[in-house]
Design a protein around this ligand. Sequence first.
Ligand SMILES: Nc1nc(=O)c2c([nH]1)NC[C@@H]1CN(c3ccc(C(=O)N[C@@H](CCC(=O)O)C(=O)O)cc3)CN21
Ligand SMILES: O=c1ccn([C@H]2C[C@H](O)[C@@H](COP(=O)(O)O)O2)c(=O)[nH]1
Length: 283
Amino acid sequence: MKQYLDLCKRIVDEGEWVNNARTNKKCLTVINADLVYDVGNNQFPLVTTRKSFWKSAIAEVLGYLRGYQNAADFRALGTKTWDANANENQAWLNNPNRKGHDDMGLIYGALGRAFPKPTGGHVDLLQQIVDDLSNGIDNRGEILTFYHPGAFDLGCLRPCMYEHHFSLLGDTLYLNSTQRSCDVPLGLNFNMVQVYVLLALMAQITGHKAGKAYHKIVNAHIYEDQLAPMRDIQLTREPFASPKLIINPKITSLNDIETWVTLDDFSVEDYEHHDAIKYPFAV
Ligand SMILES: Nc1nc(=O)c2c([nH]1)NC[C@@H]1CN(c3ccc(C(=O)N[C@@H](CCC(=O)O)C(=O)O)cc3)CN21
Ligand SMILES: O=c1ccn([C@H]2C[C@H](O)[C@@H](COP(=O)(O)O)O2)c(=O)[nH]1
């Protein structure tokens, strides 16, 4: 939580204004931030200086792992967070590749679970990584990537957290996640939860202890209309102690995640937080 607040404060104190053409908004921006989550010791990085809707964040991860590409599937899991990008973004609405209402196109897991090969066909990157790690193999390239520049015009948004690299040291699993662009008030509140949950789940289903997750952010920004609530409300609040995330121990395989896991398989204990803050969302 402290590292999150430090980053918010750094943007407010040292950020530079950058015009963003896609959203037509200005962003107060810094380059490079490195966050670390101690997953092995259950230091769940949930924001406490406002109410965090952590279930939505986990629903997004489950959708990515299942390769979903439709906002209705994300809603069925329990989050509406992809509705606006699927249905309100004018560039995507005008794109002839969009297949109707709620279609998100080739994004995130749709790529990671079926990455197109130059020679034709696809590779299921996630299944390969799960198989390797389950057999104790780390080939120094256990990389789940959602980044495919040739597919940018086939999806509603380029992936923000675009790469997750897993590593084994003995029986401990580590994760390095890379994010190219980060909406710190809204997106990062979720992305910290997601990096944490991804390592915890992958360790659980591949039979390893979870170590640390290292989260690299390149462009970290606050949109112009989010600055006042961040600076004048959220940053004036004292954080509470970190809560605990509990994951159903019956989740033991990728197939479980694909077939029966729901948000009921996750709970948070001892979550003390300040009131909700509704930040504007840039489509
Ligand atoms: N501008 C922008 N920021 C983002 O963080 C973002 C995107 N676009 N587009 C793709 C996804 C969608 N994400 C979202 C979308 C909405 C919320 C949001 O509205 N959060 C509210 C309420 C969440 C709820 O009730 O479930 C919040 O207070 O956190 C958060 C992340 C993260 N990503
Ligand atoms: O997981 C996510 C997804 C998206 N974001 C934010 C980062 C940016 O503010 C927008 C994406 O806009 P681009 O023009 O494609 O950079 O969404 C996030 O923080 N986390």
